[in-house]
Design a protein around this ligand. Structure first.
Ligand code: UT7
Length: 319
């Protein structure tokens, strides 16, 4: 499998740390020193489906194929206005695709899970062209009175078109039962037969615990993938990690004894856009020409569940 197109779309509203400190007991100083975030994009007058369609169309345009040539759409999404139909079906309508569509929820690891699924379909010959898209609005899961969570997140969408070819070398996904450290419970409709009505709980996160689990999972994933491919850590050109906290990225980098240039980031501008962080950053590196043909790239993410995923590929675009 190889990537032949990427695309991303962001909300127009940039919300700075100062804007949050107007209504929250927080400060620019606290947020950027603890997380690396200065601002994030938040959906105001757009909607997530339209951003996703825009990201998908850009990826298709770069790939040089139309939506009707897709064999599958895999959409990573945690929350959006529709519970059903799936967001992938809604996106399909916007890009004139007629293929099967499925949503997956692996929280912030969704891009890694999506690529892993796509690779399985492509390797068995069941599909040729697949759109893996991540579209997320985590800002709609947080309480905007809870400074522990809402300052961390932003919204966005990004996609990759993958097809048959040589590029992907290895992929490893995992999951562990740790719902208590990070969860969001949506309200359900009242039902006359249910004993306890479920009103929903805004996102809860035990930040310190998630931090520890995230560092361990990222390092395990990277070491696993390096062992699998027989490469050393310094032979990788770029490590594109989930953008949840700059301190997590720096801790992983320091434990691997690698220079900062190998760990590109955009968390300072976009915050944590859940599963969209990795494909947004991948698209930025692609479009800016930083990714060169033949570069070795590792993607690694983690999220609620607790899920994690890492993959390694050779960049086959920009020849
Ligand atoms: O993709 C989702 C995965 N999520 C993550 O990866 C998050 C991982 N965890 C983290 O990034 C960090 O744990 C946080 C950024 C969430 C928190 O940083 P921390 O250094 O672990 O801070 P803390 O939770 O220990 O809080 C320290 C203090 C507390 O005050 P007290 O109890 O010491 O008086 C908090 O109440 O900072 C306070 N605090 C804040 N202060 C100002 C928490 N949030 C804020 C805030 N502004 N926004």
């Amino acid at each position: 499998m190889k990537i032949i197109g990427t695309g991303s779309a962001l909300p127009s509203l940039a919300v700075t740390n100062e804007m949050l400190s107007v209504f929250l007991d927080t400060s620019d100083e606290w947020i950027h020193t603890r997380t690396g975030i200065f601002e994030r994009r938040i959906i105001s007058d757009e909607n997530l489906k339209d951003l996703a369609v825009e990201a998908a169309q850009k990826a298709l345009d770069e790939a040089g194929i139309s939506g009707s040539e897709l064999d599958y759409i895999i959409c990573s999404n945690v929350v959006n206005y529709y519970v059903t139909p799936s967001l992938s079906c809604l996106i399909a309508g916007g890009i004139q695709a007629v293929c099967p569509c499925v949503d997956l929820n692996a929280a912030c690891s969704g891009f890694l899970y999506g690529l892993d699924m796509a690779q399985a379909y492509i390797m068995t010959g069941k599909a040729k062209n697949i759109l893996v898209i991540c579209a997320e609005e985590p800002t709609r899961m947080c309480s905007w009175k809870d400074r522990n969570t809402c300052v961390l997140f932003g919204d966005g969408a990004a996609a990759a078109v993958v097809t048959q070819g040589e590029g992907f070398k290895a992929s490893w996904i995992t999951a562990a039962h740790r719902p208590e450290i990070l969860y969001y419970q949506r309200p359900l409709e009242d039902c006359p037969f249910v004993k306890y009505q479920q009103r929903g709980v805004p996102m809860y996160m035990n930040g310190k615990e998630v931090f520890k689990v995230a560092v361990t999972a990222s390092i395990q994933g990277i070491e696993h993938i390096l062992n699998q491919t027989g490469l050393t850590a310094d032979q990788v050109d770029y490590y594109i990690l989930h953008q949840a906290n700059m301190r997590i990225i720096d801790t992983v980098r320091n434990q691997l004894h690698l220079p900062a240039e190998k760990f590109p980031h955009n968390i300072e501008r976009l915050g944590n856009t859940s599963s969209a962080t990795i494909p947004i950053l991948l698209d930025e590196l692609n479009k800016s020409g930083k990714l060169k043909y033949g570069d070795t790239v590792v993607l690694s993410g983690f999220g609620a569940g607790f899920t994690a995923g890492t993959c390694l590929f050779t960049w086959t675009m920009n020849q």
